[in-house]
Design a binder for this molecule. Structure first.
Ligand SMILES: Nc1nc2c(ncn2[C@@H]2O[C@H](COP(=O)(O)OP(=O)(O)OP(=O)(O)O)[C@@H](O)[C@H]2O)c(=O)[nH]1
Ligand SMILES: Nc1nc2c(ncn2[C@@H]2O[C@H](COP(=O)(O)OP(=O)(O)OP(=O)(O)O)[C@@H](O)[C@H]2O)c(=O)[nH]1
Ligand SMILES: [Mg+2]
Ligand SMILES: [Mg+2]
Lengths: 292, 283
């Protein structure tokens, strides 16, 4: 895969006798290819690479740092500017019921991630519960129930209730009265062109008033990532992103483009189908993956 | 005169961006541009010719050649032939997690039923939570039988069972649902290989998600190494995808795209039309 690995490109700079304009241009080209192959949004790739080219050629070289080191530093800075450099965490207010609502495109991993988040907090001593507010997808109730059973977390759902708002309200009332500190709400998949579903999501968020709305993003998503994320963010304020399927080969540039656009931190990642396959997001590791 | 290389690169650059923005994988875009350049080698261009138009026409040809593979699959025709031979038509559906395999099976079942064929489903996803209940709900809704074992049972055995049931009861088609699997998971790739070996299907259909980016190439390549993909179905086109992933997948598999999934209901299955897709992408 010629040019797909940015580390190869960087190795080229390290080997280059001098870092002049042609070396920088060559690097920027390799850099573009690496980011495109990583699914970063095309316009964003052009923007970032132009910024890097300008900065490396025009910036005053800081004292004691070589042109080479400066170039690498600029690349790293431009990439992490969207990711933040310190891991962001979900804020849990103690002594109250914290409601986390999961939304995202069909098949992105909401139901699986809901169970993972439940397990994550349960392991840390929080009284955690799950609600299946997906009344559309066949088997959604059973799927979440079976996952909940695996980690001994209670789940509320109702196979006879078609109104997801009612289920959400009832589930929250029940778990709140029983002193649950973290209540995780799984919702049906939807995309930006399904106007009535987006409207439903907006209304559900209004009724439930969650402490955090988590957007689930599939790491394999391509150029549509930021477009979909913007639609979700416009309908309801997204608090954080949960990036799934990182155990695959996808580099996650789509997710990067999404968070760059809606300016929301990635707080969790999913790296497998098991409910323990969850981790907190570390920006530097992700940049490494992005650059191949 | 011939096309000046610099001018050609400049024109191709815009088309390149268009392809990339429509989720055609980078290495496939590279190859497409290579093919366009090859086709334009030695072609005489008049000084007043609209160069962009000429490149667009050649690009259209190249994309069409990728999508229009020599074997076009007429599903209903194939099933009818097997019915005449008194054998069930077996389709195994494979793909990575969440692409829409189970839903697509329900759509294909509906299509076959509405054309007078009988169908049985095989619940060969014996792993994922709720997978059996999900497929069973579809079977009930469609009024057809589903063969299942328990969670954790052998996926190939369930499919084998379903096929025997179809043979014994004279059912025309067996649709085998399999678990989503990452192409990077070797054990799951081997399990899939076993399912295909045991069932000896008439079609192995790769179900891909239209929202997928460059990974579509990797998925199709890897799956193809373990089992031979006969056709693809691309889902979630309705999410505003132009379907560029179908070009990436067709480029890798050299096999046709049968249908497009354009929604979550049973009738949201559209016959694939290469010209229509190319038109949308080059618009
Ligand atoms: N390999 C892997 N698979 C995952 C991961 N997260 C979810 N999955 C799988 O992806 C598929 C879809 O996950 P779901 O949780 O059903 O997705 P969803 O968003 O709830 O889907 P809908 O409710 O239909 O919109 C399932 O096969 C999951 O097991 C992950 O991190 N890695
Ligand atoms: N909008 C839209 N949604 C779809 C389409 N096809 C499937 N879906 C949805 O995508 C989600 C996942 O579909 P499934 O059929 O469960 O996918 P799967 O490949 O069987 O998933 P796993 O078995 O977990 O790997 C469901 O919410 C479906 O309704 C489509 O063409 N358009
Ligand atoms: Mg779900
Ligand atoms: Mg399935």
């Amino acid at each position: 895969r010629l040019g797909s690995s940015l580390t190869d490109a960087i190795r080229k700079i390290i080997k280059a006798p001098i870092v002049d304009e042609s070396v920088v241009n060559e690097l920027v080209k390799d850099f573009q290819r690496a980011l495109l192959q990583a699914d970063v949004k095309v316009q964003l790739v052009l923007e970032i690479s132009e910024k890097i080219r300008k900065r490396t050629l025009n910036e005053q070289l800081p004292r004691g740092i070589s042109r080479r080191e400066h170039l690498i530093k600029v690349i790293y800075e431009e990439l992490t500017t969207f990711l933040g450099d310190i891991p962001a965490q979900i804020r849990i207010n103690p002594g109250v019921s914290n409601i986390l609502m999961l939304v995202g495109v069909q098949g992105s991993g909401k139901t699986t991630s809901a169970a993972k988040i439940a397990r994550y907090f349960q392991k840390r001593g929080f009284k955690t519960a799950l609600i299946c507010a997906d009344t559309f997808r066949f088997g959604a109730f059973h799927q979440l129930q079976q996952l909940a059973d695996k980690t001994n977390v209670p789940m509320y759902g109702d196979l006879n209730e078609k109104n997801s708002f009612k289920i959400a309200k009832k589930g929250i009332e029940k778990f709140r009265s029983e002193g649950y500190e973290i209540i995780i709400l799984d919702t049906a998949g939807r995309h930006k062109n399904e106007e009535s579903l987006i409207k439903d999501m907006k209304e559900l968020a209004h009724i439930v008033n969650p402490d955090e709305i988590i957007l689930i993003i599939d790491a394999t998503i391509g150029q549509q990532a930021s477009i979909q994320a913007e639609a979700f963010h416009e309908a309801t304020k997204i608090g954080s992103v949960f990036l799934t399927k990182l155990d695959g080969s996808a580099r996650g540039g789509g997710a990067l483009s999404a968070v760059a656009s809606i300016k929301t931190p990635i707080k969790f990642i999913g790296m497998g189908e098991g409910i323990d396959a969850i981790d907190t997001f570390v920006p530097s590791r992700f940049v490494g993956r992005l650059l191949g | 005169t011939e096309f000046n290389n610099e001018k050609l690169d400049a024109i191709l650059w815009d088309f390149k961006l268009a392809l990339l923005e429509n989720d055609v994988a980078l290495i496939v875009v590279d190859q497409i541009c290579e093919n366009v350049k090859q086709k334009l080698r030695g072609v005489e261009i008049g000084r007043l010719d609209d160069k962009k138009k000429i490149v667009k026409r050649i690009l259209n040809e190249v994309l069409y050649e990728i999508l229009q593979t020599n074997e076009n699959i007429d599903l209903l025709d194939l099933v009818s032939k097997k019915r005449m031979a008194k054998e069930p038509f077996i389709i195994v559906f494979v793909g990575v997690n969440g692409t829409g395999k189970t839903t697509t099976i329900a759509k294909i079942a509906k299509l076959l039923l509405s054309n007078g064929y009988s169908v049985v489903l095989a619940a060969s996803d014996t792993y994922r939570a709720g997978s059996i209940e999900q497929l069973e709900s579809h079977a009930k809704r469609l009024g057809i039988r589903m063969v299942k074992h328990t969670y954790g049972s052998d996926a190939a055995a369930v499919a084998f069972d379903a096929i025997n049931h179809a043979i014994a009861s004279g059912i025309n088609a067996v649709l085998v649902d399999t678990a989503g699997r990452m192409q990077t998971n070797r054990n799951l790739m081997f399990e899939m290989q076993k399912i295909v070996k045991v069932t000896d299907p008439d079609l192995v259909v790769f179900v891909g998600d239209a929202l997928t980016g460059n990974d579509a190439v990797n998925q199709a390549e890897e799956f193809n190494k373990y089992i031979k993909i006969d056709a693809s179905i691309l889902t979630k086109i309705d999410a505003d995808s132009k379907g560029g992933a179908s070009i990436s997948i067709a480029y890798v598999t050299k096999k046709p795209t049968m249908y497009l999934g354009i929604g979550q209901s049973y009738d949201d299955l559209e016959q694939f039309n290469p010209n229509f897709l190319i038109e949308k992408i080059l618009a």
